[in-house]
Ligand binder design. Sequence first.
Ligand code: XLS
Ligand code: NI
Ligand code: NI
Length: 437
Amino acid sequence: MTSFYSLQNPIKYEGPESRNPLAFRWYDPKRKVLGKTMEEQLRFAVCYWHTLCWPGLDPFGGETFLRPWHQPGDEMAHARMKADVMFETLRLLGVKFFTFHDLDIAPEGRSLAEFNRNVSTIADILEKKMQETGVKLLWGTANMFSNRRFMAGAATNPDPDVFAYCAAQVKHCLDVTKRLGGENYVMWGGREGYETLLNTDIGRELKQAGRFLAMVVDYKHKIGFEGPILIEPKPQEPTKHQYDYDVATIYGLLKSYGLENDVKLNIEQNHAILAGHTFEHEIALAAALGIFGSLDINRGDYQSGWDTDQFAMNVPEMALALYEVLKAGGFTTGGLNFDAKIRRQSLDPDDLLHAHVGSMDACARGLLIAAKMIEDGTLASHVKSRYAKWDEPKNRAMLEGKETLDSIAARVLKEGLDPKPKSGKQEYLENLLNSYM
Ligand code: XLS
Ligand code: NI
Ligand code: NI
């Protein structure tokens, strides 16, 4: 136990009528939803970086939170303090997973060798805490975007020494993630993109990205890391253009490198809307392409066009996202990672608890609504009947390669085919959707 928060005892489920601001109204971990408990369906994770590492900076001002571990002092002692507070946060919230970048858990030191040692030392501490509490690691990742050496990218850097440095950093981070039983390993492109085409050879950089990813996949197999490698799409910010723009773009890259069976996606709400998509679109597309992995749950600002990473509180949006997750069969190695930060005026440690509790409740409520949508089945049966004619043998034949353009043309003319439009019933379906909310 630490004295960081005002609470001593874990936050409990008290039901929708509770007026206690630090209680769950909807998230009831042991409640069964579609055959699994809420806890098993949602697989929440607390992230290190926004929760413990971000000090409240914005482009116009410095830190506002003044956490004890951001004050001058022994950096390894600070790293241990952060680990204590992470496990205290997990205990109070009853969350069973966490996520980190290597740089979140341990100080950089003066060389990669020293950084690796620091990461390993803190990993020992995390490992012990995980054994004591049963907490698991949803995923680990390497921070290859903060240090100035990465200013022109990591694997897509014009300098091969940076590419090599990144290989060394990812190797160690993947080793540590494996040791901690991580269920996935994530690669977010960070600065894998460009600021201006005037200084960029885009074809070359894409080849570098593909080669790097292939080496990560090879190494994962070599060490027997069982979880998937996940790429996290993002269209821009910090760079003007990121190569891992969105689900469709990554699918194209994976296909061209033959990695579509080894790599899946970690989809983030804020990144989806920055790319001009809805969250549910990105999930549905990844599922349709067989590359759905996990979710970074947060909320972008629809006006500002930045990755504001607010806590997801919008219940209908969660319902639509989780409906796609449930349709895809639910999470396997993935989960809901709170890649979300409190606003910089939310100074009190307890604000972190309010944020997580509220967002866990929004997700739980979204899950209940999504489960109703599945159980009722009207939406699915509407979609099914919309495509039902494709089940007729002559129509199946067109997709199965048994017909050609000219054989189809001949049939159309012979039968005098004259397709009759049918209503898409959008408003009827939208009304139906609201009836589940
Ligand atoms: C940043 C990303 C980052 C990843 C992990 O926009 O969302 O937080 O999730 O590197
Ligand atoms: Ni993210
Ligand atoms: Ni993000």
